[in-house]
Each structure stands twice: as C-alpha cells, then as structure tokens.
Ligand binder design. Sequence first.
Ligand code: ADP
Ligand code: ASP
Ligand code: MG
Length: 409
Amino acid sequence: MGIIVQKFGGTSVGSVERILHVAQRVIQEKNAGHDVVVVVSAMGKSTDQLVDLANQISSKPSKREMDMLLTTGEQVTISLLSMALAEKGYEATSFTGWQAGVETEASHGNARILNIQTENVKTELSKGKIVVVAGFQGVSEDGQITTLGRGGSDTTAVALAAALKAEKCDIYTDVTGVYTTDPRCVKSARKLESISYDEMLELANLGAGVLHPRAVEFAKNYQVALEVRSSMENERGTLIEEESSMEQNLVVRGIAFEDQVTRVSVLGLPNELTTLSTIFTTLATNGVNVDIIIQNTTSDLKTSISFSVKTNALEDTISILEQHKSILQFDKIESESQLAKVSIVGSGMVSNPGVAAEMFDVLANEGIQVKMVSTSEIKVSTVVDQVHMVDAVNALHDAFELSKEVASV
Ligand code: ADP
Ligand code: ASP
Ligand code: MG
C-alpha cells in the first residue's frame, strides 16, 4: 500500500481530547497498512490569538517577525500529536515545514511553495514511522521562515501528497464535506458527493473557506486525489476530481461569498489609450490586488474606472493612487466599503446563457441592488451591500434549487 496524507484543521486539533481523537484516526490508516504523513494546523483559534498579540504591540508589525510568530502555532500541534501517537504505541516524528523540506518563495505572509525536498520524510517513513508535519510554513532559499497565507495548511498537505506521489490526500475538517454553500449560513446547504477541480478552484478563490485555493491548484496540476471529510463523523466526504462524474449537467453547483469588499472609483481620468494600463500597472507593481473592474466613459475627454479591493487594502490603494496623481491625472477618488461579493459557480454555465440574467432577477426580486458584476465561463460574481449578503446567498440557493438531490448520471 502507498502513502496517505491526512490533514487536520484547527478545530479538529482544538483540544487535547481532539488531538487524542485525531491520533486514533491516524492509527486507523497506519493499521490499514499505509505509510502515513499527517499535516496539522495550529490548535483552535490560536493563530488568531497570535495575530492579536502582535497587534497589541505594533499596528504594523514586520512581516518577517509575523511569520516567526505564527509558525509557532503549528509547532505546538505537531509535537503534541506525535506524543499522543507515542502514548498509543506508535512511533512518530514531527517536522517543522523546513525540516519537511517545504521550500517557498522569498516573501512573507503569503509565500508560494516552490519545491518539496522529501528526503527527511521518506527516511522516517522507511523506518515505519508516522510523520507529522507542521502546515502553513516553509523556508525560503535565503533561509527565512515563511508562511503560506491563512488557511495554508491545506496547501502543505496537497503539495506533500503531490511530491510524495501519495495515493490520496484527505482533508479532515469540521464539516462533512464541500457543500453547495457554507452550511453555517444556509441551513439547507447540501453536501456534494463530488466536485471538479475547476469548480472547486472557483469556489475557493471566490471565498468558500473550506479549502485554500492553492491547495486546489496543486491538486489539479498534479492530479492529487483529494477528499474533504469530517474529523468527527465517519461518513464519506466530498471527492475533488478531474471531471465530476456525479451530478453532471448541473448549471449551478455552488455559491461562494466574501465580505469586506470595497469599491474604489477613480473619477475624471483622461480618456486615453494608455489610461487603463497605467493605473493598473501602478497598482499591481505596488502590490494591490484588484478584483472586479468597470470602466465608465462619460465623454470623449474623460473616463472613470471603478474596481473592487479587499477592504483592508483600501488605505494602501488610495495612498498609492494619490502618490501617482501627477501621472494618472484623475480628478478625485471615491470609495464605498461594507460591500460583499456573492458568486454562483458551475461548469454547466458555459452552455446556459440565461444564468446571469436569472441571478440578477432573483436579487432584484429580493430588493437587492447589484453594484458590480463579473463573469467567466463557469461563474457569475455580483457585488452587493454587505448587509444583504446572507439573504442574497439564501435566495440564490433556493432559486437554483441547490438543496435538491440531483440524480447521478
Ligand atoms: P479547518 O480549520 O479544518 O481548515 P476551515 O474553517 O478553514 O477549517 O474550513 C471549514 C469551514 O469552511 C466550515 O466550517 C464552513 O463554515 C466553511 N465553508 C465555507 N464554504 C463552505 C462550503 N461550500 N462547504 C463546506 N464548508 C464551507
Ligand atoms: N493556522 C493557520 C491559519 O489559521 C493555517 C491553517 O490553519 O491552515 O490560517
Ligand atoms: Mg482551513
């Protein structure tokens, strides 16, 4: 039998009791004859607590020191889980990200994994040991400790599964699988038996926090067999695979949403060929991540551009635009916060032109104003007032009948 990678998230390792329970699940796979690599997150909300500690000391802590601080969270869990396994009579070795050979870009806070040197892990596995790896962390070429972005332990697990050519990667969490939407917000959300990599990637990128987007990217690129399942219940979870075999022909597969969206409008820009490229190059080179973009030309001479950013990037966005005012030559900047993005996702949309219209119709009937729109072959995103976010998701979930069981084909 081959290697299995199991990943347990924060809630699943949130107490000593839960860590002992996780140890039992790891042992089950070991006893079934697999080589087992376990990736764990920090216990419960401990990463948030570490962020909070830093904020009590500095309003803008150094990114390097933040990574140094946050990586301690996962290290608590790897050692405790290894001790738990030892208590139950199973030899385990814990590894930090760098000991496990997780090499990343030289950037702090949101580094990408570039490569995994698997020698240490393989050596321990060959001795019959269980290997317990700290998620969410790595090391850059110049020896700096890095983190992979919030929720990044999923990515550690899938990247390890790819590098080790594991048989499968199980993501154990506090829900029983991937649902049609976040079951915390929509009571009738339904667990999916399977979903395609592409659909899952869209959902994850559009705010469905159940999987880190880069984990899905790795799974797709390296064809890792991925399952999201519960660490508490013993039922089957959701398979993420190349083409979802079940529930084909479904126009909308799921709904994702995120709050803390802000619309920035740059008014009175010169209506020139290079205006768009200048403004977005300026923002990109200064590290501002822009999402939906709308251009509104008001006369032959003037144009306006609106775009959405995460609300925590607003201050930087405005200051960068102001710094470049002499080149950009705009009249003024306006912004609107307290917005949210609500998106419907499904690969069946490609061949169904009326889906966006239906979405707008549903929102209009609820009295919800759509402030920005963006579409791709498999998604439609709308920006609405944050206060309407959950109502919008519920209305769309009902209208597209996502809670209904769909016959497999
Ligand atoms: P972990 O700590 O195990 O990584 P997360 O909190 O990161 O867990 O992810 C699990 C959570 O994702 C669930 O509790 C759920 O509220 C949320 N979630 C958002 N969208 C979905 C979805 N479509 N299906 C399932 N869970 C979702
Ligand atoms: N502990 C990190 C976080 O809370 C990484 C993770 O849980 O995946 O974001
Ligand atoms: Mg997570």
